[in-house]
Structures are given as C-alpha cells and as structure tokens.
Design a protein around this ligand. Structure first.
Ligand code: SF4
Ligand code: F3S
Length: 86
C-alpha cells in the first residue's frame, strides 16, 4: 500500500483525495502533540496501489510502502493503526 508521511502534516493539500479512484484517503489526527486532523491517511486495506496519489502531492509526502524514506518509516504503522482505531 501507499503511505502518507510527515510532509503532509500542516499542509493537507488534499490533491491526493481527488485522484484516488477508491476513496481510501481520509483526514485524521497527527502524532501525539499535534492538532487533530493534522494529516491525511491511506487505508492500507483499501489502497489498490495504483500510484495516482504519489505525483499529485505537492510536498512529496506519499510513498509506496517499500520506498518510504528511513526517517519516516514509522508512518507505515501510523497509517495502519489509524484505520484499526489504535
Ligand atoms: Fe488511492 Fe491509488 Fe494512492 Fe492507493 S495508490 S491511496 S488507491 S490513489
Ligand atoms: Fe497531504 Fe499531500 Fe495529500 S499534503 S493531503 S498527502 S496531497
């Protein structure tokens, strides 16, 4: 699945939402200490790996799971946990 990472925080351009064919990108709270609805998240169970969202993001926040930069690897779990209600 694709994953939304740190650059989305505080930007939330939402161009990704417009191009996602399965409507699996949703707003949610950021990490502890950030305001609510601080970034958007991709539901890993619904993402079909089409890749449309990646180039649509103006701040390069979206990566295929295996291509997430090392410093943002924790966002893989953050995205997954959000949809599990964790
Ligand atoms: Fe949606 Fe495609 Fe991005 Fe997955 S890769 S979140 S299906 S636009
Ligand atoms: Fe965030 Fe980029 Fe989408 S800033 S809302 S991941 S277009």
């Amino acid at each position: 699945a694709y994953v939304i990472t740190q650059p989305c925080i505080g930007t939330k351009d939402a161009s990704c939402v417009d191009v996602c064919p399965v409507d699996c990108i949703h707003p949610g709270p950021g990490e502890a200490g950030y305001d609510e609805h601080e970034q958007l998240y991709i539901n890993p169970d619904e993402c079909i790996d089409c890749g449309a969202c990646e180039p649509a993001c103006p701040v390069t926040a979206i990566f295929e799971e295996s291509a997430v930069p090392a410093e943002w690897k924790q966002w893989i779990k953050i995205n997954a946990d959000f949809f599990q209600g964790a």
